[in-house]
Design a protein around this ligand. Structure first.
Ligand SMILES: Nc1ncnc2c1ncn2[C@@H]1O[C@H](COP(=O)(O)OP(=O)(O)OP(=O)(O)O)[C@@H](O)[C@H]1O
Length: 343
C-alpha cells in the first residue's frame, strides 16, 4: 500500500538571501495509513514546519510531498480546501475561539464546511461525548482546565472526520496526569477511528507511550527514524541517545558510577534488558558468579520490555569473563570495570 504521507527530499526555506532560514532540509520520510507517527526534536529543529507542510499551512520550497497520493505542491485552492478538510490539527495552545462556547468551537469547522444546523448539532454532541466533555457543551474556554481545552481542540480537529490528525505539542502545556489522559484519547482516536496520527513533541515520554514509529529531527533534517522500539534500543545519533536518556534514566551517569564504585568495590556492569529475554539470574547461577543489583530500570516501549540492570559482580575473574561473554551473545553489556581498574 502506498504511504499516506510521503516526503521526498522536501526542503522548506523561510526568507531569502542572507536572512534565509532552512527550516526543513532534504527530508525523505513515509508515514503509513493507520499508524501513530512521532516527530521529536529540540526547539527549532523544524518539527512544526515539517507538519505544517502536510496541510499546506506552509508551502514546500523544493522536493515533493504526497498526501493520500496527491502532490500537495501542485494543488489549486479548491483542491487544497478539500485536502485540509481531511486533516485535523490540535495545537499546544489549543487555539480555541474564546467568544464561542465549547459546542460553538467544535461546530465551527462544520459550519465552514457547509453542514446544516441540525446535522451540526448532532455531530457536535457525538464528538463531545467521544472526548468525554459532553457536560461542558455550553461552557466557554476560559471556564475549562487545560486538559478539557485540549479535548475541545481534538473534538474540533475530528469534526469533519479527517483521515489524518496532526498534534503539534498537544500535551506540552499539560500536567503529567492530564497528559496521560490526552495521550489515551489520541490512542483511542487512532485505534477506534482509524485516524493516522502525527505527533510532534520534544518529550521522549510522549513518543514512548504513544507512537509506533518515530523520526528524530535536528537542524531541519531527519537524523534517524524507525520503529520506536528499535530507535530506543539502538540509538545511532547523539541527539537520539540524549532523548532516550531523558525518558528512562536506567543507566548510571558517570557521576553515579563514581558513587557506585565507592559503595561497591566489585566489577560493575550494565546489562540491557530486551524483548529477546535474558535471564540474568540464571546466567549468574550457571557461571557461579554473585551479583547485586545496584542501579537500573525496566519499562515497556510499544508494550515490549526495555531497560537495563546494573550489577556488581563478585567471583573469580575467569568466571565473570565467561558470564559476560555469555550475556554479550544475547544482549548489550557495558562493562564499567572495578574501582581503580576501569574496563
Ligand atoms: N514563518 C517563519 N519565518 C521565518 N523563520 C521561521 C518561520 N517559522 C519557523 N522558522 C524558523 O524555522 C526553524 C524551525 O522552526 P520550527 O518551528 O519548525 O521548529 P520546531 O522544531 O517546531 O521548534 P519549536 O518546538 O520551538 O516550535 C527555526 O529556526 C525557526 O526560527
Amino acid at each position: 500500500m502506498a504511504p499516506l504521507i510521503s516526503f521526498q527530499d522536501v526542503t522548506k526555506d523561510f526568507g531569502s538571501g542572507d536572512r534565509a532560514v532552512r527550516a526543513v532540509d532534504g527530508v525523505t520520510l513515509d508515514i503509513e495509513a493507520g499508524e501513530i507517527f512521532g516527530v521529536i526534536g529540540y526547539s527549532g529543529a523544524g518539527k512544526s514546519t515539517l507538519v505544517r507542510l502536510v496541510n499546506a499551512l506552509e508551502t514546500v520550497t523544493s522536493g515533493r510531498l504526497l498526501v493520500d497520493g496527491q502532490d500537495v505542491t501542485a494543488l489549486r485552492e479548491a483542491e487544497l480546501r478539500r485536502l485540509r478538510a481531511g486533516i485535523g490539527m490540535a495545537f499546544q495552545q489549543f487555539n480555541l475561539l474564546n467568544s464561542r462556547t465549547v459546542a460553538g468551537n467544535v461546530a465551527y469547522p462544520l459550519k465552514v464546511a457547509g453542514w446544516p444546523r441540525e446535522r451540526r448539532a448532532a455531530r457536535v454532541a457525538e464528538l463531545l461525548d467521544y472526548v468525554g466533555i459532553a457536560d461542558k457543551a455550553k461552557a466557554y474556554p476560559r471556564q475549562l482546565s487545560g486538559g478539557q481545552k485540549q479535548r475541545v481542540g481534538i473534538a474540533r480537529a475530528l469534526a469533519t472526520s479527517p483521515r489524518i490528525l496532526l498534534a503539534d505539542e498537544a500535551t506540552s502545556a499539560l500536567d503529567p496526569d492530564t497528559t496521560q489522559d490526552v495521550l489515551a484519547l489520541l490512542r483511542r482516536v487512532n485505534r477506534e477511528l482509524g485516524v493516522t496520527v502525527v505527533v510532534i513533541t520534544h518529550e521522549m515520554d510522549v513518543i514512548r507511550s504513544l507512537a509506533h514509529r518515530v523520526a528524530v529531527m535536528e537542524a531541519g533534517r531527519v537524523i534517524e527514524h524507525g520503529p520506536v522500539y528499535d530507535v530506543f534500543a539502538a540509538p545511532r545519533e547523539r541527539a537520539t541517545r540524549r532523548f532516550v536518556a531523558t525518558t528512562l534514566k536506567d543507566r548510571p551517569t558517570p557521576e553515579a558510577v563514581e558513587r557506585l564504585r565507592h559503595r561497591h568495590p566489585g566489577r560493575i556492569v550494565t546489562v540491557g534488558i530486551r524483548e529477546s529475554g535474558v535471564d540474568v539470574t540464571a546466567a549468574l547461577r550457571a557461571h557461579g558468579v554473585d551479583g547485586t543489583i545496584v542501579f537500573g530500570g525496566i519499562t515497556e516501549i510499544d508494550e515490549r520490555p526495555f531497560g537495563s540492570l546494573t550489577l556488581e559482580l563478585t567471583g573469580p575473574d575467569a568466571a565473570i569473563d565467561a558470564l559476560l561473554a555469555d550475556l554479550r551473545s544475547r544482549t548489550d553489556v557495558d562493562d564499567l570495570g572495578t574501582a581503580g581498574v576501569p574496563a
